[in-house]
Design a protein around this ligand. Structure first.
Ligand code: PHE
Length: 626
């Protein structure tokens, strides 16, 4: 098979801006506005953002160039591209390893499409929700199969429709109109979000890093997010590169795509996170974050219905320009080598992706089986407020030994308790009392509370609160949700007035089969142990999260590692440099001293990328090098 692209039957991008917008259309999607804010929320804020930016610059961009150049050099879909160039050095690579990576690319695109379509379906539902002022509660909406499944189906049909018709004209044309419009609306929403009272705390959290929050998990999440968002590590840029004419400049094209993508991600964060803080939602809510917060923002803004409706419409569009590119990757495999017609391939792959996506659609309460997947064979037993002076570890062990079962090591946590004081205006008295009852049950446990009137204000004291600053934030958020706002300086903490100054909680793991015995033994002995409550919980995950973890993160990391090794080491690097040089004559001209952009690129591709990705991967499997 020849390695020359055959533009006549495979199609090409019409113009530089056409390619940039199509590739940016693929890159800019739900990953920026939906995934980025919630992954940032789950991983501690600004420090994560910082690592993410570093990943884009030193790993994402060199790999994007590598994928584009590899695609344009071979003119093939990922599977055939790896197969055709594999003869370079080694038969084993040629026959198995190369094509295996190619197949992994197809699998990643296909599997992510299956759950990406579910979220995209939600965006369609929210167009209706906003325009019709339906005020759907998100949880009810996402758990209702009668809504989410048809919406998912509509979205997949749209995707199939565009891909089967051939993408060049459709995507190029629509990307040029819709991307600028999306950007404009993003700015409108950001302005509203930033001017909400209390938004500045969110901005601070988003932009001023606390590096103590960094660990291996955060770095993997940042790297995964960079790959997800840039559409790098999917073979997608190989496919899109294969449609690129030789006259185009891979370096500047790739740079623009990365810049637009990162820019929109940061804007997406600024749009969602300050609003989350201002409106008192928990920032680590996960995939549902955007859908719970933004409708509340739109409700509060003038012309919110129109702006909100348009916003979700454009989010749908951003999702379509991404999902067509995901479908395009497996379809290009069938079309190349005439394994099937474009139309048949698109319909078939699309329908199977829909079927595979059904469990993801049911992962948010639609089906118990897919929403609560138990992955460990242990439950965690947590005993709160155990009487530390009486219930020594020895006593606890004796009780549990009576149940004749093995339990995990006991984790003790001693908390110093404080009293939390604040005042609200008299008119807000009743509302505040109601809120405090609710706080007790969830985020700010306390022993009791007292209220006293004082010159038009009512002062509240929550006795024996734990969590310090965290409880201050929780209290302010709970009040903000009811439109009662108090400044941080108006809340004070002091050592608790109650005699029990410290509180001890104990938790340990118990195998599922023995939970009953241990639980009963503890309850029966509570006269001596004197604890306040005991709580049994089992960690569970959803089908959706499993797909995202393995295909939307792990798979990308593996593919990227393979691409950097394959293109950097197995292939003739002169060939790759020559490919980059076409359309970018400065690529091999020295930039400073003897060093040309080509040298820097090869260095990152060969050394930096594989090492960083490998270390992160090891961390994933529990090996911490740093
Ligand atoms: N980059 C897209 C996003 O941010 C997702 C995507 C990945 C699309 C890979 C196509 C291929 O939403």
């Amino acid at each position: 098979m020849s390695a020359t692209p055959s533009p006549d039957n495979r199609g090409q991008w019409g113009s530089k801006i056409g390619f940039i917008l199509a590739a940016a259309g693929s890159a800019v999607g739900l990953g920026n506005i939906w995934r980025f804010p919630y992954v940032t929320g789950e991983n501690g804020g600004a420090a994560f953002v910082f690592v993410y930016l570093a990943c884009v610059l030193i790993i994402g961009l060199p790999l994007m160039w590598a994928e584009l150049a590899f695609g344009r050099l071979t003119g093939k879909n990922p599977v055939d591209a790896f197969r055709d160039t594999g003869e370079a050095k080694n038969v084993w690579l040629y026959k198995f390893a190369g094509p295996a990576v190619g197949w992994l690319c197809l699998a990643a695109c296909f599997c992510v499409l299956s759950y990406y379509g579910v979220i995209a379906g939600w965006t369609i539902g929210y167009i209706y929700d906003t325009l019709a002022k339906a005020n759907l509660e998100f949880k009810t909406f996402a758990a209702n199969p009668n809504w989410v499944i048809p919406l998912f189906a509509v979205f997949i049909c749209g995707t199939i429709y565009i891909v089967q018709a051939g993408i060049e004209k459709g995507i190029e044309k629509w990307s040029k109109i819709l991307m600028p419009l999306l950007l404009g609306l993003v700015f409108v929403v950001i302005i509203r979000s930033l001017t909400l009272e209390g938004a500045s705390e969110g901005v601070k959290w988003f932009l001023s890093p606390d590096f103590s929050a960094l660990n291996g998990k955060v770095v993997l999440a940042a790297l995964g997010q960079a790959f997800f968002s840039l559409s790098v590590g999917w073979g997608l840029m190989i496919t899109y590169g294969s449609y690129m004419p030789k006259s185009q400049n891979i370096m500047s094209n790739g740079f623009w795509v990365a810049l637009m993508d990162t820019g929109v991600a940061l804007l997406g964060g600024l749009m969602v996170i300050p609003a989350v803080f201002a409106l008192g939602f928990p920032v680590d809510a996960g995939p549902t974050l955007t859908f719970e917060t933004l409708p509340a923002v739109f409700e509060k803004m003038p012309f919110g219905i129109v702006v909100g409706g348009l916003f979700f419409l454009l989010l749908t569009v951003a999702a379509v320009t991404s999902s067509i590119s995901m479908l395009e990757v497996p379809v290009s495999y069938f079309v190349d080598g005439k394994r099937a017609s474009r139309k048949k391939a698109a319909i078939l792959v699309g329908i199977v992706a829909f079927a595979v996506g059904l469990p993801s659609a049911l992962s948010f309460g639609g089906s118990e089986t897919f929403s609560k997947i138990v992955t460990t064979n242990e439950a965690t037993l947590k005993i709160t407020d155990i009487n530390a002076s009486v219930a020594t570890p020895e006593k606890l062990s004796t009780v549990i030994d009576g149940a004749e079962t093995e339990v995990g090591p006991m984790n003790y946590s001693v908390t110093n308790l404080e009293d939390l004081k604040f005042a609200v205006a008299e008119k807000d008295h009743n509302t505040t009392s109601g809120i405090i009852e609710a706080l007790k049950g969830e985020n700010v446990p306390h022993l009791k509370h007292s209220e006293s009137a004082n010159g038009g204000q009512v002062e509240f004291v929550l006795v024996s609160v734990d969590g310090g600053k965290k409880s201050v934030a929780e209290v302010r958020r709970a009040l903000a949700r009811k439109d009662i706002r108090i400044p941080e300086s108006a809340v004070s903490l002091s050592p608790t007035s109650d005699s029990a100054k410290a509180r001890t909680d104990v938790s340990f793991a118990v195998p599922h089969s023995n939970t009953n015995a241990v639980y009963t033994a503890l309850v029966e002995n509570n006269a001596t142990l004197g604890f306040a409550s005991i709580d049994l919980s089992t960690e569970s995950t959803t089908f959706f999260d499993i797909m995202d973890k393995y295909f939307g993160t792990l798979c990308l990391v593996i593919i990227s590692l393979s691409v950097s090794l394959y293109v950097g080491w197995m292939m003739d690097s002169r060939k790759m440099v020559a490919e980059m040089e076409q359309g970018c004559s400065g690529f091999t001209k020295p930039l400073f001293g003897n060093v040309a952009p080509a040298d820097i690129w090869i260095f990152f591709l060969r050394i930096v990328c594989p090492i960083v990705i490998f270390v992160v991967l090891l961390g994933k499997f529990g090996v911490e090098i740093f």
